[in-house]
Design a protein around this ligand. Structure first.
Ligand code: UD1
Length: 316
């Protein structure tokens, strides 16, 4: 079992939920985050939930090799869960250099430092975006990846490939890197304590934080991006997975990566697709009041439908 886990991007949305579950399962956790898309609210929440005031925290940018090296010098890291990346699709189209530099350099640094410190297990946060608009649904891990439609999506594909090559190249060497790529579908929700959740800076890009902010009056009105898709009600269909379920998936992956060889890939989704309108209606029912919405044009780059076949993760 991996004992000490570095969570890069551990102050962010998914990283904070994973940190909580790791600590609950008895792992030692080191958090690294440059706080570029969050403040310390979630990390403070993690400390409250776990009752642990001593979680090592490094405010570093993983694009800085020396900073990553310092973490590995000060801690014997057995596994890294790498979340630290930019994730806004539209922004990546406008700022491709920034996205390629950030998402690739930080991951290369993690891998190189890990290798130079004797190797470790690496879980990479990939995304269902690698499947694009798949011809056959649900998508399995064998579904071909389609050419990415955004620099963001491209960085996910490239990092998967980099990890595969590094795992293969180090298999027989000193610094063995073992790896798993987890393809997330749409993570939503928050820890039941409500001490941590999705707190993006600025205007949310994703559906559920936009709904929650509209529900509390912080936003005027939800724009539904298109109601003319070939789906039952015309709005986009996605596979929404609760963030705590997703976090627990990482615990299982950590055990798996330790016993496996080669790069292993898992879909982390529920296998169920729901439309934007269904999600909105469910949220209205749960919070007990209507949420204002309008139908807006389609968002460039969006697809009609995507949901997972999660049976590999379930079986293994
Ligand atoms: C996108 C990316 C995904 C990335 C994720 C996290 C693609 C195809 N998808 O997921 O790779 O991991 O963001 O950043 O690149 N919607 C609205 N109004 C809103 C927001 C969203 O109607 O204000 C709709 C969208 O059109 C879509 C659904 O809600 O049908 C979900 O959108 P979103 O939460 O942004 O996730 P994805 O686009 O699926």
């Amino acid at each position: 079992m991996s004992k000490k886990v570095l969570v890069s991007g551990g102050a962010g949305y998914i990283g904070s939920h994973v940190t909580v579950e790791l600590i609950a399962a008895g792992y030692e956790v080191v958090v690294a985050d440059n706080l570029s898309n969050c403040d310390l609210t979630c990390f403070e929440g993690v400390k409250k939930i776990t009752g642990r005031d001593d979680i090592p925290f490094y405010q570093i940018d993983c694009c800085d090799y020396a900073s990553v090296d310092k973490v590995f010098t000060e801690h014997k890291i057995d596994a890294v869960i790498h979340f630290a990346a930019f994730k806004a699709v539209g922004e990546s189209v406008a700022e491709p250099i920034m996205y390629y530099r950030n998402n690739l350099v930080s991951f290369l640094n993690i891998l190189e430092v890990a290798k130079n410190h004797g190797g470790c297990n690496v879980l990479f946060s990939s995304s269902a975006t690698v499947y694009g608009e798949a011809e056959v649904l649900p998508v399995t891990e064998q579904t071909p990846r389609l050419p990415a439609t955004s620099p963001y999506g491209n960085t996910k594909q490239m990092c998967e490939d980099i990890l595969r090559d590094v795992v293969a190249a180090t298999a027989a060497s000193e610094g063995v890197v073992k790896g798993i790529a987890l393809r997330y579908f749409n993570p939503i929700g928050a820890h039941p304590s409500a001490l941590i959740g999705e707190l993006p800076r600025g205007v949310p890009n994703n559906l559920v934080p936009f709904i929650t902010q509209t529900a509390i009056g912080k936003r005027e009105c939800l724009s539904i991006f298109g109601n003319d898709y070939p789906t039952a009600d015309g709005t986009g269909v996605r596979d929404y997975i609760h963030v705590v379920d997703l976090a627990i998936g990482h615990l299982h992956a950590l055990k798996k990566v330790c016993s496996g060889t080669g790069l292993n890939i898992y879909n982390l989704g529920t296998g169920n697709g729901y439309s934007v309108l269904e999600v909105l209606r469910a949220f209205e029912k749960a919070c007990g009041h209507p949420i204002k919405f309008e139908i807006a044009p389609r968002r460039p780059g969006d697809i009609a439908t995507c949901f997972s076949d999660p049976s590999k993760a379930k079986a293994e």
